[in-house]
Write a protein that binds this ligand. Structure first.
Ligand code: NAD
Length: 248
């Protein structure tokens, strides 16, 4: 099940956290994975080395998704070298947490540029080649916060809620070309993004999760692998919640 042999995948923000776990699982399922990193080159090279040492196929490439010209160039280069791009996972994201009263325009602009415009730029560049191939998979990383809301995260929530609109719209635009477009909405996942939440606050979060634990990057990666697979061929425009039941 969920075999990805022969597929070419690009995962943004794949040097750590959820992106790294996605790169690992896609490669384990047989895909050749382009591990895109913004600035953490050494970490990305480690991901690639570990995968190659295990007999999987992976390569690292620098890609700041807020630079649309660079997004176009990187994806064009992948297509030139490998002949196609089958799986585009727009994982890169960031958050500047602040109550709206204190949220600075520059922080809101940065979240919009990375989380929303960056993800859309990746999808736009990827579907150009997928439309010609009449097949492909686009997966966005949204968040439980985009659906549920969270005090102190109105800016981040805005970008993630917007991605749900993008998912549903793009699914309608490209379905006739054999391309599926879906989103995974993680809940609270143990990564660098959430590492500052400790102690009582962390215990309070755990209490809100029916499954009684914070999620792992591998929990999210498994959902992405499903959406990338042939078995998910009839799933599009969907938001798959991977949140331990904290929001249903
Ligand atoms: P993380 O901070 O560990 O990883 C984010 C990755 O995105 C990093 O590799 C970072 O370098 C990269 N990135 C940031 N800005 C970039 C840019 N301009 N260009 C390219 N890459 C950039 O966080 P994570 O928890 O692994 O998050 C991965 C995705 O999952 C994000 O989109 C995040 O919003 C989403 N998410 C995370 C959680 C959670 O609880 N951790 C919950 C819901 C959604």
């Amino acid at each position: 099940m969920f075999a990805l042999d022969g597929k070419i995948a690009l995962v943004t923000g794949a040097s750590r956290g959820i992106g790294r776990a996605i790169a690992q699982v896609l490669a384990e399922q047989g895909a050749r994975v382009v591990v895109a990193f913004a600035s953490q080159e050494a970490a990305a090279n480690e991901v690639v080395s570990a995968l190659c040492a295990a007999g999987k196929q992976a390569e690292a490439v620098q890609l700041d998704v807020s630079d649309s010209a660079r997004v176009d160039a990187v994806i064009a280069d992948v297509v030139k070298r490998h002949g196609k791009l089958d799986l585009m996972v727009a994982n890169a994201g960031m958050s500047v947490d602040a109550l709206l009263l204190r949220l600075k325009d520059e922080d809101l602009d940065r979240m919009l540029a990375v989380n929303l415009r960056g993800a859309m730029a990746c999808a736009r560049a990827a579907i150009k080649t997928m439309m010609r191939a009449r097949t492909g998979r686009v997966v966005f990383l949204t968040s439980v916060v985009g659906e549920m809301g969270n005090a102190g995260q109105s800016g981040y929530a805005a970008t993630k809620a917007a991605l749900i609109g993008v998912t549903r719209s793009l699914a309608r635009e490209v379905g006739s070309r054999g391309i599926t477009v879906n989103a995974v909405a993680p809940g609270f996942i143990d990564t660098d993004m959430t590492s500052s939440i400790q102690g009582d606050t962390r215990a309070a979060v755990e209490k809100q999760i029916p499954l009684g634990r914070i999620g792992t990057p591998a929990d999210v990666a498994a959902a992405v692998a499903f959406l990338c697979s042939d078995e998910a061929a009839y799933v599009t425009g969907h938001v798959l919640r991977v949140n331990g039941g904290m929001y249903t």
